[in-house]
Structures are given as C-alpha cells and as structure tokens.
Design a protein. Structure first.
Length: 508
C-alpha cells in the first residue's frame, strides 16, 4: 500500500467513501511482499493457486460494501467522516453494537461461517484506536492515524500474539533468538527480529499487528523484558518480513465439487519472521513499555470486541452445520429416528446459545475507553470459552449420527462423468429422495466441512484461535477476581455459613 492511498483522520479532508472495492483490494496485494510457498517466493498472491480463490472470496466481501442490497447493513459513517464497515467504527451504544453484529453476520453468511479472519476480526482492535488513542501515551497520534487508515479503507489486518512453541518453560527474554524483540532504534524507527505463530490469512492482508497474549503479558517484568515489550504494526511489504506458509488446502483442492469449502475459504496460517525488519516510529504503539504491552489486550476493548465477531461468526457456522446434518440425515433416510432428531436439536441449541451470547454482548455492554461501549468482559470471556469447545461436540455428533454415510462416495466428479460407470453410480449411490449426483455432492460438502484436512485445521482453529484452553479458563478466574465477582461468590458462602454455628441456627 502506498501512503497516499490512505486518507487521514478527524479534522483532515477525507473522501466520503474510500472503502476498497474487490478490484482495488486485489490490486493492493501485489506489492512485492515476501511470501514463501512450496520452496518458492510467491509473486502476486492473487494469481497463485495457493491463495487466488481465497483472495477472490475476500474481494467479494469488499464488493458487498458497495452493493446497494448490502451497503446499508454493512456500512456507516463514523464520527470522523469516514464511510466504513460498521464494526470498523467505534460503538457508542448498544444499538451501534447490534448494527455491527448485523454487518459481521452478513459478511459471514457470504462465507457460510467458514472464514474466521475476515477483515472485521481485527477491526475489533482497530476501531478502538480512535477514541482510545491516549492509552498509547506518546504513540497516541500513531493510533489515531492508523484508525483513520483502517476505517476509511476498511483495511485487512492480521495479528500475531503468540511466540513459537519453543522453550515455553524459560523466561521469554532467554529465547530472544526466536521470540520477537527489538534489535536497535534510530531516528526513523526500530528494527525487530524474531518469529510469531501463526498469522491467519496474512498473505492476503495489508498489515500485521504484533503484540503478546494475555498469559505472556502477565508474566512480563519491567526492566527484564523491556526489549520485548512492544506493540506495533507492519505493512506486509516491509523489507525483512517473511511469511512462511503451511500447505494450502486450496491448492490441493482439485475441483469445487470435491472441496467446495477448502477451494475458496482457505485462510493460510503463516509463520511470520521478522529479520531485522524496520518499523517506522509512526507504526509503533508501545515501545519498551511493559505496562502498556500488558494492558492492551483487556484495556483496549479488543478482547471484548473480538469475541463478538467470533461468536457471530460461529453462530453462522453452526447454522450451516445444522443445515448439513438436516440434509445429510434426510439423504440417509435416518432423519425421522428419535436419536438422530435429538442430535440435530442439540446442534440447533448450540447455535441458539452462541447467538444468545452475542445478544448479551450487544444488549448489556460496558463502558470502555473514550466514551465507547464494548461487550461486557465476563460475557466475552464466557463466550470465548464455550465457543471454542463447541465445534468438537458438533464433530462428535456428525460422527455418531451420520456415521459412515460421508465415506460412501466416489473418487471424483470424473466418475460421474464416465458413461460406463454412471448407471452403476446412479443406481447404488442415490439417497432418500435424492439422485446419486446430488447425494454425492452433498456428502462431499459434508466431508470438506467435517473430515477433510481443511476440516481438521478448522477444528484446531476453533479450539485454539483464542488462546490455549488453560489460559481461557485462567482469564475467566482472573477477571472474576479483579472485578470483584469472586469475592461476591465467597461472600455468598460466608453468608450461608453465618446462618448456623455449634449451637444451631443463628438466624431464623
Ligand atoms: C489454525 C490456527 C490459527 C491461528 N491463528 C492465529 C493468529 O492469526 N494469530 C495469533 O496470534 N495466533 C494464532 N493462532 C495461535 C493460537 O493463538 C495459539 O495456538 C493459541 O494461543 C494456543 O497457544 P499455543 O499453541 O502456543 O499453546 P501453548 O500456549 O503452548 O499451550 C499448550 C498447553 O501447554 C500448557 N502451557 C503452556 N504454557 C504454559 C505455562 N506458561 N505454564 C503452564 N502451562 C503452560 C497449557 O496446558 C496449555 O494448554 C492460531 C492457531 C491455530 C491452531
């Protein structure tokens, strides 16, 4: 991205609508970024078989911002004069949050809930930079500037919070050959080195946000960890920034009929390596500052808000899962059986529960920085914990109640196109009320969603994207302590025990 492509912020002249379109988004990715795939440096990611279809999917989201039928639901004009996606703007009321949820849900329905890191995910953080810029002290001006860039263009940011799974037992600073730390600074900025896991969707984004997660931040100590107490943003074409990608399920997908989800919704998870990468001062939000680095996760409102995006996304995915199990069991002729119906009911109830959590998040928010409101911390933390454990249950229900049906299939669309084989397939592969071709098509979709390598990655994502499972529980406890809930729970027990003593009831 070039600087002149980025309109300014409050007080500056800003075109009413600078939001990227599908075409300008795709063009913006051809910037010389260093993406490594299959032993080669990728040129233009939008033309590469590992990324092209996913890029096209994201481009469709950008086009929807401008389409008459979706623009109203998706966009608003923020208080700074930028037309933007609703979740990219700060929320000042429950109504704002509710409208943001509508925008998140609309984009998610376009991917059937199968892309976790659509651009609105990181908007959970970027939107808070507007009113919350003072949180970043001397770097507050940078925060405000980045808000303007992000909101006016609806920039696609990825983020990396996690150190690689190396030497977890040692203090971070002792692993500075791998974990991100500052090498040096000069008048223009800082130089950082190290690796971060994993930047989902990063090859298709404009910039990466770098910080540390809540567990690590809590263990940081001023003085000892200053070189690693950093929060910054780096454009994807920054010299010395490398993306080392995992295998692409999109590239492996031979045909949409075979892999209808993997072939267009695969968000590649890349390891980001900073090799003495230059970060100009205007991209720095915290520098050698343990307190701000610790505080950003909860204090910025990011945590509260990303869980609204994530739960809304999961609700759509659960709707899709319910639809798949309905269709799959109907095709297998098992849909009328009592236990099968109970399983479908269970998935629908999961969807309703997650949606209800989003409703709690929008209807009962708490005040946050600069007059904004965000979902209540305790509800966001609860949503995070339960949501990340739901997909395992969905998978178990499919395995028990669709059982072997998804494996009763053919090797590829070519089998169906073979005139000699086709009559045999038509006879033996039909479903209840479905021709063989439709039944195979349905079960290949189910396979891609629940059993393929793409599906395996999704299961891993659901469980871990929001932090490790222990940390999710520990955060619930920590925040119950800091917000006084735990003391309230203790007092309830104390009150109960005060009702009686060795002589019997104290109170009547
Ligand atoms: C598909 C996928 C996509 C992802 N995308 C992103 C992304 O875009 N951005 C991003 O930042 N991250 C991303 N992640 C990383 C994700 O956030 C982490 O995997 C997650 O936080 C879990 O951390 P971990 O894997 O490092 O596990 P660990 O932190 O190593 O935890 C594993 C287990 O080890 C134990 N353990 C670890 N540390 C300690 C300790 N100090 N004390 C005691 N016990 C400990 C705990 O029992 C814990 O459950 C992604 C992960 C996946 C799988």
């Amino acid at each position: 991205m070039t600087d002149d492509a980025r309109p300014g912020v409050r007080g500056e002249e800003s075109p009413a609508d600078s939001m990227l379109t599908g075409d300008t988004y795709l063009a913006s990715l051809d910037d010389g970024r260093e993406v490594w795939y299959d032993g080669e440096r990728v040129g233009n990611v939008t033309k590469h078989p590992a990324f092209a279809n996913a890029a096209r999917t994201v481009a469709r989201l950008y086009d929807a911002l401008h389409a008459p039928e979706s623009a109203e639901t998706l966009t608003t004009v923020d208080r700074f004069g930028n037309r933007t996606h609703r979740f990219f703007a700060p929320s000042y009321s429950s109504d704002d949050l509710r409208a943001s949820r509508g925008a998140i849900a609309l984009w998610q329905r376009m991917t059937y809930g199968w892309m976790g890191r659509t651009p609105d995910y990181k908007a959970a953080f970027m939107a808070q930079l507007a009113e919350g810029h003072t949180f970043y002290g001397d770097y507050g001006g940078n925060a405000l500037e980045w808000y303007g860039r992000s909101a006016s263009q609806v920039l696609f940011m990825n983020h990396v919070l996690i150190d690689p799974p190396i030497d977890r037992s040692r203090p971070r600073i002792e692993v500075r050959d791998v974990f991100v730390s500052v090498d040096r600074e000069d008048d223009n900025g800082i130089y950082v080195s190290g690796a971060k896991m994993v930047a989902t969707g990063s090859a298709l984004t404009h910039a990466t946000f770098v910080a540390v997660n809540s567990g690590v931040a809590a263990r940081m100590e001023p003085g000892r960890d200053d070189d690693m107490a950093l929060v910054f943003i780096t454009e994807m074409d920054a010299p010395g920034l490398k993306l080392i990608c995992r295998p692409s399920y999109e590239a492996a997908a031979r045909h949409p009929f075979e892999a209808p989800l993997a072939s267009r919704f695969d968000e590649n998870d890349a390891v980001i390596v900073f090799d003495s990468t230059f970060v100009p001062w205007e991209n720095v939000l915290a520098y050698r500052d343990v307190e701000t680095t610790r505080g950003f996760y909860a204090s910025s409102g990011f945590f509260n808000r990303y869980n609204l995006q994530a739960a809304t996304r999961l609700s759509v995915k659960l709707e899709f899962a319910a639809g798949l199990l309905l269709r799959g069991t109907e095709a297998a002729g098992t849909a009328e059986f009592r236990a099968v119906q109970a399983a479908i009911g269970e998935i629908i109830a999961m969807r309703e529960l997650v949606w209800a959590l989003t409703t709690a998040m929008v209807a009962d928010p708490e005040p946050s920085i600069g007059g904004t409101v965000v979902p209540r911390l305790q509800v966001a933390a609860t949503s995070r914990l339960h949501s990340t454990n739901m997909w395992d249950q969905v998978r178990a229900l499919f395995e028990s109640y669709l059982a072997g049906a998804p494996i009763y299939t053919v090797s590829s669309p070519n089998d169906l196109k073979n005139d000699e084989l086709r009559p045999t397939i038509d006879r033996y592969f039909r479903g209840t009320g479905l021709e063989a071709e439709e039944r195979i098509k349905l079960f290949k979709l189910i396979w891609d969603a629940l059993y393929s390598e793409f599906a395996g990655r999704h299961a891993l994502y659901e469980r871990n994207f929001a932090g490790n499972q222990d940390q999710q529980r520990l955060d619930v406890l920590r925040w119950a302590e800091t917000r006084g809930d735990a003391d309230r729970f203790r007092r309830l027990v104390d009150d109960c025990m005060a009702d009686y003593d060795l002589d019997g009831w104290v109170t009547r």
